[in-house]
Ligand binder design. Structure first.
Ligand code: IYR
Length: 230
């Protein structure tokens, strides 16, 4: 049948192609799962970056990995802006620090500041200039092709998954990242001249850790505390 009708919406048949998939035996599967788990467990958020540049092409490969993520109706409701221009990084740092000063002075409140004590964060964000690259993730609240608005589905979920792919790819490539959320983040839409459908989602400084970089001594929840097996 050429098309079906659902209520009054004409539906075209999907074009299906064979799935590329190779089955692994159990041992190989477990080894792969364990190696990947160990690799991801070693990832840490870094707040002091070297200014050393990133080898050509690596960021592009990682962004292509992010762009392969599943999304609502495959509408891929994301954009990634790669910022390496020093004057642009400086503007982003200055604008982020304006917001963060307010956050630390009065917006976050006592309990939040106490929760952050172990991380030693404050309103100063030198990593926004030191890191050779800032990747700014935008979510597209709706589509805007040819000036036509189009509904996007599960935008937060889709962009979250793509961002997870990106963080994993950058880590696997050998780069350090920080998942930074200066808030509110609206200044990024202005500085980076995004169109009206785009909202800043996450700011990711990327590069190498500074010499002697230290990170907070954190632990992860025991498996049993976050997984319920039935
Ligand atoms: N956005 C602020 C505060 C902050 C909040 C949380 I929750 C963190 O996990 C880390 C920081 C900042 O970037 O300093």
């Amino acid at each position: 049948m050429g098309f079906q009708t659902l209520y009054s919406v004409p539906m075209t048949d999907p074009i299906l192609v064979p799935l590329r998939f190779e089955r692994r035996d159990g041992e190989e599967m477990l080894a792969a799962a364990s190696a990947f788990r160990q690799e991801l467990e070693a990832r840490r958020s870094v707040r002091s970056f070297s200014t050393d540049p990133i080898p050509e092409g690596v960021i592009e490969e990682c962004l292509r990995a992010a762009g392969s993520a599943p999304s609502g109706a495959n509408l891929q409701p994301w954009s990634f802006v790669v910022v390496s221009e020093p004057s642009l990084k400086r503007r982003i740092r200055e604008a982020a620090e304006v917001e963060e000063r307010e956050n630390y002075e009065w917006r976050m409140g006592e309990a939040w500041l106490r929760d952050l004590e172990a991380f030693g964060t404050d309103e100063n964000k030198p990593f926004l200039e030191d890191a050779p690259v800032l990747i700014v993730v935008f979510r597209q609240a709706y589509g805007l092709d040819d000036e036509e608005k189009r509904k996007h589905y599960y935008v937060m979920e889709s962009v979250g998954i793509a961002t997870g792919f990106l963080l994993a790819a950058l880590h696997k490539a050998g780069l350090a990242t920080l998942t930074h959320t200066p808030s509110p983040m609206g200044f990024l839409e202005g500085i980076l001249e995004r169109s009206e459908n785009e909202r800043a989602y996450l700011l990711i400084p990327v590069g190498y850790p500074a010499d002697g970089c230290k990170v907070p001594d954190i632990t992860r929840k025991p498996y049993e505390d976050f997984v319920d097996e039935r």
